[in-house]
Design a binder for this molecule. Structure first.
Ligand code: FES
Length: 169
C-alpha cells in the first residue's frame, strides 16, 4: 500500500508574527530541543486562530519546531487548554472539581447554562459563548470560579455571573 505523506510548511500557514512569538519561547532551549517549546507554541498558534487549532496549524507548529505531527497531536489532545474545534468568542471554563463542587459550582453551572442557552461542552448558536467544564484551576480558596480568556473570576454567585456577562460586548 502506498503511503501518502502530507507536508505542511510552517511559513505557508503560520504568520510571521506567530512564528516570531513561538521563536521567543524556542530560543530558551538548545537548538536541538526546539520541540520543548511545543506547549506555548500551540497556545500562540491557537490564540492567533480565534481560539482553536486546526490540523493544518498543528502540522505547521510541528514543522516549525522540527518535530513529528503525531507528537504535536499527542500534546494538543492531552491538555484541555487546547481546542480542536472552533469555539465561541468568549470561552468560559468552569471548574467543577472538589472545592468548587463543595462551594456550589453546580448552581453556577445551571445558571450559566440557562443564561447562555448551552450545555457544558457546547457553543451558543450565535458563536458568542463556549461553556466548558474544567478540572481544578488552582483557585480553590476562591471557589466557585471560572476562567474566561486569561482571567479568573472567583467567589462566584449567580448575581456576580450576571454582572460579568452584562459587561461583555
Ligand atoms: S477545585 Fe475549583 S479551582 Fe480548585
Amino acid at each position: 500500500m502506498n503511503t501518502v505523506v502530507l507536508t505542511v510548511k510552517a511559513s505557508d500557514v503560520l504568520a510571521e508574527k506567530t512564528r516570531c512569538e513561538i521563536d521567543q519561547w524556542a530560543v530558551k532551549y538548545p537548538p536541538e530541543q526546539r520541540q520543548s517549546a511545543v506547549l506555548p507554541a500551540l497556545l500562540i498558534a491557537q490564540e492567533h486562530n480565534n481560539g482553536w487549532l486546526s490540523r493544518e496549524l498543528m502540522d505547521a507548529v510541528a514543522d516549525h519546531l522540527g518535530m513529528s505531527s503525531v507528537s504535536v497531536y499527542e500534546v494538543a489532545t492531552f491538555y484541555s487548554m487546547y481546542e480542536l474545534e472552533p469555539v465561541g468568542k468568549y470561552k468560559i471554563e468552569i471548574c467543577t472539581n472538589i472545592s468548587c463542587a463543595l462551594s456550589g459550582c453546580e448552581k453556577i453551572v445551571k445558571h450559566l447554562e440557562k443564561r447562555l442557552g448551552v450545555g457544558l461542552g457546547e457553543t451558543s448558536a450565535d458563536g458568542k459563548f463556549t461553556l466548558k467544564e474544567a478540572e481544578c484551576l488552582g483557585a480553590c480558596a476562591s471557589a466557585p470560579m471560572f476562567q474566561m480568556g486569561k482571567r479568573y473570576y472567583e467567589n462566584l454567585t449567580p448575581e456576580k455571573v450576571d454582572e460579568i456577562l452584562d459587561q461583555l460586548d
